[in-house]
Design a protein around this ligand. Structure first.
Ligand code: NAD
Length: 537
């Protein structure tokens, strides 16, 4: 495991007579601005060496078998449960979210993902028979086998710095892969916490390694000899990774950004839906891939809904996430705040109105931004089109369900969405028309906490899935194993072609596919003859 060696504060390397400063990875508490730890980023050589170690260790990890892997991962679960509060503090200190969210959306998600992986892996890895319908192939027995890829590279973001890499790691490990994880440069400590727990539980150090580093370490990972890459991050980085991966046909899962719409239909409960909107937009300070990023409300409910959202938003308590009375913590860093400010400025310059929040809360610290409610927005504005990834809830009215679906689908993204209604059948019908990887009826964001629920997007939100059965599928190669039950017999379709053979093949096709009985009968007679064709060559 790469823990990074602490170096003197100003590390300078002499390159001829020019001094070149080596970029460090510094973990910072976003609430206080205090540096928590400094790391030397893993270099290209470090990445290659780690991948080589993982490759050497992986066969042993597969060979210990499913029961032993399950036992080790259950031990990890037991240890994480025992240390849940400590782990939550590490997450809150490094990523800023309130302790309650660190427990609920990180620790609990990982405990449950361990349950799912350990409960499902037996059935998942069981060989599956592949029955044949083709008459000509009836002497064969087919099976599908799932095999681990080998070394899975994982590159993860900072917003769920424990649960995202952990859930992906667990599905890779349980199926027999070794993992090299490159966490976000902003949340290295959370990844090291995960590594500590896994290693203590018995996952060999080379089977799960953490490489602390930034984008350049990530690029080196994509170029290294990994067998599969699971990337979670922005669409911009995802596209760069897809290009690099294409050059060598590296299979990738891309979990990218979103612009999730929330549709409040005319029969929705305003009290419930407005609370859902405020939580869905501001959980993790709006920095969730499944955050409510744009809200559409039926005209008949619009005024009361907006009033309720503004009232509830103004009651939110913003501050350091370690204080249990806090609802919304800081944003991760200055760059993310500037994106929010620039989108808000652009929207206001085009006529949007801020009804709550709208600015930094500098008295609390440099990374705090007030939860913001915005109205008079439209799809000309960046705030309705580009991922904001901050505490902003823009609300727009619609006239009918048709228009709501059109607005929801008018986006480059398609990660999640939600529909709010008292009529569940209507909610499902509208949900099915929305172009996204997940649609929730009467809730938002929380599907990420359902270990069985597949997670992933369409359009610019990515490729492939994590979580659930499909998440396990991404960690294995499927192999088709075919056993001919008449091993001592030459096959009629081998060489020895000729006119008779050609007519007999026509007969086989007629027997199998003709809709005319006469033709099928003739086909059957010709097919019987094929058995005499064997052994010409
Ligand atoms: P990011 O794309 O900046 O970085 C993600 C990871 O990629 C980091 O570890 C980073 O160091 C690494 N990286 C950066 N450049 C790279 C390169 N050229 N090659 C390889 N790796 C590189 O994203 P972020 O700011 O860390 O995370 C926020 C984004 O992640 C948002 O867009 C959010 O929607 C998305 N996200 C998506 C999901 C999902 O499940 N779909 C979940 C969480 C976050």
């Amino acid at each position: 495991m790469w823990r990074g060696r602490p170096r003197p504060r100003k590390l300078l390397v002499m390159a001829t007579d020019v001094q070149v400063a080596i970029r460090k990875v510094v973990s910072v508490n976003p609430a206080t601005g205090k540096a928590l730890r400094e790391f030397e980023p893993a270099t290209e050589q470090d990445v290659q060496a780690a991948v080589a170690r993982a490759r050497a260790a992986q066969p042993g990890w597969t060979e210990i078998g499913v029961p032993r892997r399950i036992a080790i991962l259950r031990d990890f679960q037991r240890r994480l449960h025992g240390r849940k509060t400590d782990v939550a503090h590490v997450i809150t200190n490094e990523a800023g979210k309130p302790l309650a969210e660190a427990l609920l959306t990180e620790v609990m998600v990982v405990l449950d993902a361990t349950r799912f992986c350990t409960e499902s892996v037996y059935a998942f890895l069981r060989e599956e028979s592949v029955p044949h319908g083709n008459l000509a192939m009836k002497t064969k027995s087919g099976r599908m086998i799932r095999e681990p890829y080998g070394v899975v590279g994982i590159i993860s973001p900072w917003n769920y710095p424990f649960s995202i890499p952990a859930t992906e790691t667990l599905s890779a490990l349980v199926t027999g892969n070794a993992v090299v994880l490159k966490p976000s440069e902003f949340t290295s400590l959370c990844a090291l916490e995960l590594a500590g727990l896994l290693h203590e539980a018995g996952v060999p150090e080379d089977v799960f390694q953490v490489l602390v580093g930034d984008g350049s370490t990530g690029s080196a990972m994509v170029a290294a000899e990994i067998d599969k890459l699971v990337f979670t991050g922005s669409a911009a980085t995802g596209k760069r990774i897809a290009q690099a991966a294409a050059a060598r046909l590296l299979p990738v899962v891309l979990e990218l950004g979103g612009k999730d719409p929330m549709l409040v239909l005319d029969d929705a409960d305003v009290e419930v839906a407005s609370s859902g909107a405020v939580w869905g937009a501001f959980v993790n300070a709006g920095q969730a891939c499944l955050s409510v990023e744009r809200c559409y409300v039926h005209r008949s409910l619009y005024e009361s809904f907006v009033e309720a959202c503004v009232r509830k938003t103004k009651k939110l308590r913003v501050g350091n996430g370690t204080d249990p009375e806090i609802d919304v913590g800081p944003m991760i860093h200055e760059r993310q705040l500037r994106i929010v400010e620039s989108q808000l400025e652009e929207a206001v310059s085009r006529g949007a109105r801020v009804l709550a929040g709208g600015s930094r809360l500098e008295k609390l610290g440099r990374n705090f931004f007030a939860p913001t409610v915005l109205v008079d927005v439209n799809h000309e504005m960046q705030i309705m089109r580009e991922e904001t990834f901050g505490p902003v809830l823009p609300i727009m009215p619609f006239e009918n369900d048709e228009e709501a679906v059109r607005l929801a689908n008018d986006s480059d993204y398609g990660l999640g969405a939600s529909v709010w209604t008292r009529n569940l059948a209507r909610g499902e019908a509208v949900a099915k028309r929305i172009q996204s990887g997940t649609v929730m009826v009467n809730d938002a964001v929380s599907c990420f906490g359902i270990s069985e629920a597949l997670h992933g997007g369409v359009k610019a939100s990515g490729l492939g899935r994590t979580h659930g059965h499909f998440g396990l599928e991404e960690m294995v190669r499927v192999k088709y194993l075919d056993v001919d039950l008449l091993g001592g017999v030459k096959k009629s379709w081998w060489y020895g072609y000729g006119e008779k053979f050609t007519r007999q093949m026509e007969g086989v096709i007629d027997l199998m596919f003709s809709r005319r009985w006469g033709q099928r009968l003739r086909g059957a007679l010709l097919t019987a003859g094929t058995f005499k064709l064997k052994g010409k060559l």
